[in-house]
Design a protein around this ligand. Structure first.
Ligand code: NAD
Ligand code: MG
Length: 335
């Protein structure tokens, strides 16, 4: 018996058909499982899911007959979706599955006690989850059980992870707290927040010293890809193998001058805000206020001179245009 057999007779409702929802729905169906997609009628994804051959229903209707409900809408809409469509309709003993623990961990959703609550979080964007599945591989997944009412919660989570291809790669057990806090920390301190600020400050340093913005752009943004690809393929060792001795020496002596123990202290403060709920409270309040600061800060990023020079330079690099035609596959979307 393969692990997906746990869900062989189950009906799976995938709510949301965006980055993760589409990839999960397609992979689960190709794994032979019974999938219905739950969306708002007239919403942006309804036509696409329908055109790709799914039975599409309003969320409440999709939930009613389902044995497992995967909640793959933006995090900030999940609490109202839970209250309005899921809680009144989910069958006792059915499983509620998340790809990120935010709402359960920060108690924005307090699930009914007669259901299973699990997490399956692929460590990659939806486009990669789908692409790897199609070539017979999979993206590693974290899995966790928050509440086991049926006695089979873990088996269901693992079967789902297998169904989307994660079992072909690796399943790592975690809990909702660890997944939520590490995920938020990574995107804030290192990936989205840390990396973009590092690039922006490097660009400003060169331009303020009188160097051409075009050259600064190549040095601090464009070439970052080369370094990140080397990290991804083989860690620090591979990066060090591929850069010159001069670059290595500069790395050893100057890197720690830029990112030092005081940076680490501030990273710890970011982590504390995540752990004690300060970040979650602020983000929920910001969302409820209609995103005024979010919009202002986003606009400031988009108006930065590195963006002006960057779009001109990228237009002259035809090999990038092929990539631009494809839908963006962001690492993580906020909300
Ligand atoms: P997304 O923004 O790409 O897609 C959201 C989908 O939900 C869209 O189809 C949208 O039309 C639909 N939707 C919005 N409001 C709805 C409503 N009220 N009712 C029904 N459908 C609605 O979202 P995503 O990035 O795939 O994120 C989904 C979940 O996966 C989140 O919990 C996120 O944290 C998690 N996650 C995302 C990634 C990623 O790479 N994007 C990685 C791991 C985990
Ligand atoms: Mg920023």
């Amino acid at each position: 018996m393969t692990t997906t057999d746990t869900l062989a007779k189950a009906r799976i409702a995938v709510l949301g058909y965006g980055s993760q929802g589409r990839a999960h729905a397609l992979n689960l169906r190709d794994s032979g499982l019974d999938v219905v997609v739950g969306l708002r009628k007239g919403g942006p994804s309804w036509e696409r899911a329908h055109a790709e051959g799914f039975h599409v229903a309003e969320p409440a209707d999709a939930v009613r007959d389902a044995d497992l409900i995967a909640v793959l809408t933006p995090d900030m809409v999940q609490p109202s979706l839970y209250r309005e469509a899921i809680e009144p309709n989910i069958k006792p003993g059915a499983a509620l599955l998340f790809a990120h623990g935010f709402n359960v961990h920060f108690k924005q959703i307090q699930p009914r006690h007669d259901i299973d609550v699990v997490l399956v979080a692929p460590k990659g964007p939806g486009a990669l989850v789908r692409r790897e599945y199609e070539i017979g591989r999979g993206v590693p997944c974290l899995f966790a059980v928050y509440q086991d009412s049926s006695g089979h919660a873990e088996a269901k989570a693992k079967a789902y992870a297998d169904g989307i291809g994660g079992g072909r790669a690796m399943l790592i057990e975690t809990d909702f707290k660890e997944e939520t806090e590490t995920d938020l920390f990574g995107e804030q301190a290192v990936l989205c927040g840390g990396a973009s600020e590092l690039v922006i400050k490097g660009f400003e340093t060169l331009v303020e010293a009188g160097y051409k913005p075009e050259i600064a752009y190549y040095e601090v943004m464009h070439e970052l890809k080369l370094i990140v690809d080397l990290f991804y393929e083989g860690g620090l060792k591979r990066m060090l193998e591929f850069v010159s001795e001069t670059a290595q020496y500069g790395d050893y002596v100057s890197g720690p001058r830029v990112i030092d123990d005081s940076t680490k202290q501030r990273m710890k403060a970011v982590l504390t805000d995540i752990q004690d709920g300060t970040f979650a409270r602020n983000w929920i309040a910001e969302h409820q206020a209609g995103l005024p600061n979010y919009q202002r800060l986003k606009q400031a990023d988009l108006d930065h001179p590195i963006e002006q020079v960057g779009s001109k330079l990228r237009a002259r690099m035809p090999w990038l245009n092929a990539g631009q035609a494809a839908p963006a596959a962001p690492l993580k979307k906020v909300g």
